[in-house]
Design a protein. Structure first.
Length: 375
């Protein structure tokens, strides 16, 4: 797609779709506050690379008289679930400039067609056909192609949660997002950067490790050769991919958390490590841990912090997964986690032309959450 495609028009409002992000979108996203009041709230500062994730990327803009009011990104990847092939469309970077109505106080659990026709916003009426049939974003879409459309929505974000309900999405799992921090990370002499000729073998290990998960996409892994491992007797026992992320923190999630951070950052040594104005952190992805080597995984996480001159990492995973159980049992996540804790989000899915066994598989299995696409 070389030029914007107008997919809907209503009076002075238009909806356009492009396949590449422009400067206008970057500026919009870098000024969009992420998170919810009462929780961690921040601004992205380096999204350009991750806006074009591996897969099909589409960016939808709502404009009024040519001025952008909001945007939403769609990322499509070919997927196989329970032996059934389908498209998977991730909704991300959903942001609205226009003033909102009143803030909802109650979460809707199921769609009500009469409620949708009565209360849906202009944006909802414009975007609903895409949620029902996302393949129309393509130049030549197949209206009968099986697909899912999904989003990771913070549980406190009632507006987005209720909007997703009106769009026909349901919860299939819960994501836990949390930090791992060390003010003085220790060096690991066993840690090593995975050699390129070992990446295929590592991918085999990862596919086996995540074989029971839905939506495991390995394509961002090994980016910039930033996959690190610890070996024992020549065998990889722990591994992870890192992505460098920078946030500008506006709120750590409440009066007590903000007071603690303000107090700590009065000390130059702490502020150097945890600077709210430019919080440099690592997003951990593609985590691998052989059973019984959980200590090696913690050593690896601390080692990559030390080697990159970073003091905090971010993790996201299904809270029903065995991987999450490692961290919930071992804990020791560091000072930042003790201040801001864990945030929870729902994995929300709409199933389109897919059989019921696929839906049941999603409900019964953990979801793989790549930080590259969601951080």
């Amino acid at each position: 797609m070389t030029a914007p495609k107008v997919v809907l028009r209503y009076r002075n409002l238009t909806v356009e779709v492009e396949s590449t992000p422009g400067e206008e979108l970057l500026e919009h996203m870098h000024t969009t506050v992420m998170g919810q009041p009462g929780g961690l709230r921040y601004l992205h500062t380096n999204l350009a690379d991750r806006l074009l994730s591996p897969g099909e990327n589409y960016f939808m803009y709502l404009r009024k008289s040519g001025k952008m009011l909001g945007s939403v990104g769609f990322l499509c990847k070919d997927t196989e679930t329970a032996g059934f092939r389908h498209d998977s469309w991730l909704i991300r970077y959903f942001s609205i400039k226009a003033p909102m109505r009143s803030v909802p106080v109650k979460r809707k659990e199921r769609a009500d067609p009469t409620d949708e026709s009565r209360q849906a916003s202009v944006l909802g009426r414009f975007i609903q056909p895409v949620f029902a049939e996302p393949s129309q974003l393509r130049e030549h879409g197949d209206a009968e192609s099986p697909a899912i459309i999904y989003a990771i929505i913070e549980q406190k974000n009632l507006r987005s949660m209720n909007f997703s309900t009106r769009m026909g999405l349901e919860t299939v799992g819960v994501v836990a997002g949390f930090s791992f921090s060390r003010l003085n990370p220790r060096r690991s002499d066993r840690m090593e950067q995975l050699a390129q000729h070992e990446q295929d073998a590592m991918l085999v290990l990862l596919k086996a490790y995540y074989k029971s998960y839905t939506l495991f996409f390995p394509d961002p892994l090994f980016k910039n050769d930033d996959y690190y491992v610890i070996k024992e007797a020549g065998r990889i026992v722990a591994g992870l991919q890192i992505y460098r992320v920078t946030w500008r923190i506006l709120d750590f999630g409440g009066g007590l958390a903000n007071s603690v951070i303000r107090l700590l950052t009065r000390f130059p040594g702490v502020k150097k490590r945890l600077n709210p104005g430019a919080m440099h952190l690592l997003a951990f992805d593609g985590i691998y841990c052989e059973t019984g080597y959980e200590t090696a995984l913690y050593e690896l996480m601390e080692g990559v912090l030390e080697s990159t001159g970073t003091y905090m990492g971010m993790l996201m995973m299904d809270n029903s997964s065995g991987l999450f159980r490692i961290f919930s049992e071992n804990r020791k996540l560091g000072p930042v986690h003790r201040v801001i804790g864990t945030f929870y989000a729902d994995v929300r899915v709409r199933f389109i032309h897919t059989p019921e066994p696929v839906r049941r598989y999603f409900l019964d299995h953990p979801t793989y959450i790549p930080t590259y696409d969601n951080a």
